[in-house]
Design a protein around this ligand. Structure first.
Ligand SMILES: Nc1ncnc2c1ncn2[C@@H]1O[C@H](COP(=O)(O)OP(=O)(O)OP(=O)(O)O)[C@@H](O)[C@H]1O
Length: 547
C-alpha cells in the first residue's frame, strides 16, 4: 500500500477536512501571487485595503498550511506506530517453529530501519503533499494567463516525470541492495561484539573477521553514496526543470504564441513565485518514493510472517483443565524439522509413546543431538507434533487449548531468557527475596518493586534466578532443560536431592533433561533417547536405588 493510501486510511473522515484545509492553503498562496501581479501593474491596486487583503491571505495561508503539514506529519507518525504494533503482534502471536525460520536480526532491521526511514522523511512528504496542492492551483492560474504556456509547462513536466520514473527503477534496485548490505554489516558487527572474547585469542581470526567487517562497512558506504547521488540527481533534475521553464516562458512569445510583455512578466512571476512549492514537490518526491519502498519491504515481511503463521492453526482460549494437570500422554508423537534446502533429510524425533503423571520426576537423557530439547519443546506445546497427539487428562492438546496448556508449565530451557522484571507475577518481592536467600544469592541480587536489582551475574547464578521465577510461578508442570549443567557441585546436589523431591512431594509433574548420570537414581523414570528414537524407558525404585 502506498504512503498516501495509508495516510488517507489513517485520517478516516478527517481526510476531507484535511484536503479542504490544504486546498485553502493552496488557494491563498496563489491568490497572493495573483494580487502581487495585479498590484505590480496597477497603481490603484496598491492602497491600504489591498495591503489588508495581502496580510489576510498570508495569515490564511500560514494557518492552513501549518495545520495541514502538522496533521500530515502526525498521521504519518500514527501509520508508523500502527505498523510497529502490527508487526510486533504478528511476532508475539507466531509459533516458535515459525520464528525459527525468519532471522530475528532481519525482523529487527526491517522494522527499525524502514519505520525510521518513513518517520524521518515525514516532514518532506508533508511538504510534498501541501506543495502539490499549491501547484495544482498555480497550474489553473497559468492556464488563465496563457494556454500555450500551460501546454509548454505540461510538456516539460512530463519529460521530468519520465526521468523520475527511470530513477524510480534505480531507486527500487538500490533500496533492495542496501537492505541486504545493511543486514550483512549488522551480522559482521555482531560477530565482532558477540565473538569478542573468542577474537581475543587469535589475532589472525580477529584480523579476518575485522577485514570482513570493514568490507561490509565499505559496501554500505558505497551503497549509501549511490542512494544519495540518486537523490541529488533528482533535485538537480527538478532545478533544471525550473530553469527550463523560466527560459521557455521568455522565448514563448517568439515561438508558439505571441504574448504581451505583461503576460510574460506575470508568467515569470508565477514560475519564480512557485519556486518554493516546486522545490517542495521535487525535494519530496524521492523521500516519498523511498517511503513507499520502505512500506513495500515491511509489507513483504508481514506477508512472509503471515505465510508461515497461516501454516499454524489459530490459537484459541479454551481451558478444559483450569490449572490442574494429572497425567500427560504422548501417543505416537513425532516431530520433524522442516526440510533442509540442501536436500538432507531433516531431524525427526519419535514416534514415541510416553506417559507422565503428577508427583513424578522424569529424566530425559541421551547423547548430544539425540533430540531431548526437541522432545521437550513438543511436550510443552511449543512445537506442534507432526504425528500423533499429546493428551493431558484425556483431553487432546490442540490449537483450541494450547495457550491454557502452556499456562500450566514453568519451563527453564537451556537457552533461557531472563526478564529484568517479574512480568505476569504481580507483587511478589518478599517471596522472591526469600527464595533469593535460599539460592544463596543474597548480597548479589534482590527484587525491588518487581525488578531484579541486577542481571550482571554468572551463568549459574542467572539460572538460579530463572529457577526462582519458575518456583514463584508455581505451575503443575515443571520442565528443566539441563538446569544443573552450570551449577557448582553443592547446588547440583541441592537441585537433585532436595529441590526435585520437594517438587515431587508437592504433586508437580517434573521433566528434567540431564546428562548427570550420577543423579539418575533421583528420577522416578528415565527416558533415554538415541537419534530421536526411544532407546530405553527405565523405572527407578522409589527407595532411591537404581533397579
Ligand atoms: N531449530 C532447528 N531447526 C532444524 N533442526 C534443528 C533445530 N534444532 C535442532 N535441530 C536438529 O535436531 C537435532 C536434535 O537437537 P536437540 O537440541 O533436540 O538435541 P539435544 O538432545 O537436546 O542435544 P544436546 O544434548 O546437545 O542439547 C539436532 O541434531 C539438529 O539436527
Amino acid at each position: 500500500m502506498s504512503l498516501l493510501r495509508c495516510i488517507s486510511a489513517e485520517a478516516e473522515e478527517e481526510r476531507w477536512r484535511l484536503l479542504l484545509v490544504a486546498n485553502f492553503a493552496g488557494l491563498a498562496n496563489v491568490l497572493i501571487l495573483v494580487s502581487i501581479n495585479a498590484s505590480a501593474h496597477a497603481a490603484e491596486q496598491r492602497d491600504g485595503s489591498s495591503l489588508v487583503k495581502f496580510l489576510a491571505l498570508i495569515a490564511l495561508y500560514a494557518l492552513c498550511s501549518r495545520h495541514a503539514k502538522r496533521r500530515m506529519s502526525s498521521l504519518i507518525g500514527m501509520v508508523v506506530h500502527r505498523i510497529r504494533v502490527r508487526v510486533g503482534d504478528r511476532v508475539a502471536g507466531a509459533e516458535l517453529a515459525v520464528l525459527e525460520r525468519i532471522q530475528a536480526s532481519e525482523i529487527c532491521d526491517l522494522i527499525t530501519e524502514n519505520t525510521m526511514m518513513i518517520s524521518d522523511r515525514a516532514g518532506f512528504v508533508a511538504v510534498l503533499l501541501q506543495s502539490s496542492v499549491i501547484l495544482a492551483f498555480a497550474v489553473i492560474y497559468i492556464a488563465c494567463l496563457s494556454l500555450p504556456a500551460l501546454m509548454l509547462l505540461l510538456v516539460i513536466c512530463l519529460v521530468a516525470a519520465g526521468l523520475f520514473v527511470g530513477m524510480r527503477r534505480d531507486l527500487i534496485r538500490l533500496t533492495q541492495q542496501n537492505a541486504g548490505t545493511r543486514v550483512g554489516f549488522m551480522e559482521r558487527l555482531m560477530d565482532l561484539l558477540a565473538g569478542f572474547k573468542e577474537l581475543q585469542f587469535s589475532r589472525r581470526r580477529g584480523s579476518e573477521v575485522r577485514a570482513e567487517a570493514v568490507a561490509a562497512s565499505d559496501a554500505l558506504r558505497a551503497a549509501t553514496i549511490r542512494s544519495s547521488d540518486l537523490l541529488n540527481d533528482g533535485l538537480l533534475i527538478g532545478e533544471g526543470v525550473l530553469l527550463v521553464l523560466v527560459i521557455a516562458v521568455v522565448y514563448l512569445h517568439q515561438g508558439v504564441a505571441a504574448l504581451d510583455a505583461g503576460t510574460i512578466t506575470h508568467l515569470l512571476a508565477a514560475v519564480m513565485f512557485l519556486w518554493g512549492p516546486l522545490m517542495g514537490v521535487i525535494g519530496g518526491i524521492m523521500p516519498y518514493m523511498r517511503s513507499n519502498m520502505a512500506l513495500a519491504q515491511i509489507d513483504d515481511l508481514e506477508g512472509r510472517l503471515d505465510a508461515v503463521v497461516r501454516e499454524a492453526p489459530t490459537i484459541a482460549d479454551e481451558d478444559p483443565w483450569h490449572g490442574r494437570a494429572h497425567g500427560l500422554v504422548a501417543a505416537g508423537v513425532a516431530y520433524r524439522y522442516p526440510a533442509h534446502d540442501d536436500g538432507d533429510a531433516p531431524f525427526c524425533v519419535g514416534p514415541l509413546d510416553l506417559e507422565f503423571v503428577a508427583g513424578e520426576v522424569v529424566f530425559i537423557v541421551g547423547g548430544n543431538g539425540s533430540g531431548k530439547s526437541t522432545l521437550v519443546k513438543v511436550l510443552t506445546g511449543l512445537y506442534v507434533p507432526s504425528e500423533g497427539q499429546l493428551r493431558l487428562d484425556g483431553v487432546v492438546v490442540g490449537a483450541a487449548n494450547v495457550a491454557a496448556f502452556r499456562d500450566m508449565i514453568a519451563a527453564i530451557f537451556s537457552d533461557f531468557y531472563l526478564f529484568p522484571r517479574l512480568y505476569g507475577l504481580g507483587e511478589r518481592d518478599a517471596e522472591a527475596n526469600l527464595l533469593i536467600e535460599q539460592m544463596q544469592l543474597t548480597g548479589k541480587v534482590a527484587l525491588a518493586d518487581g525488578a531484579f536489582t541486577t542481571l550482571a551475574l554468572s551463568t549459574g547464578q542467572r539460572k538460579r534466578l530463572a529457577m526462582i521465577v519458575a518456583l514463584l510461578e508455581d505451575r503443575p508442570i515443571c520442565v528443566f532443560d539441563e538446569w544443573a549443567a552450570d551449577q557448582d557441585p553443592e547446588f547440583r546436589q541441592y537441585f537433585y536431592a532436595e529441590l526435585l523431591p520437594q517438587l515431587r512431594a508437592r504433586g508437580k509433574m517434573v521433566l528434567v533433561v540431564s546428562h548427570d548420570d550420577r543423579y539418575f537414581h533421583c528420577a522416578d523414570k528415565v527416558v533415554t533417547l538415541e537419534y530421536g528414537r526411544l532407546r530405553a524407558l527405565e523405572h527407578v525404585a522409589r527407595d532411591g536405588a537404581a533397579p
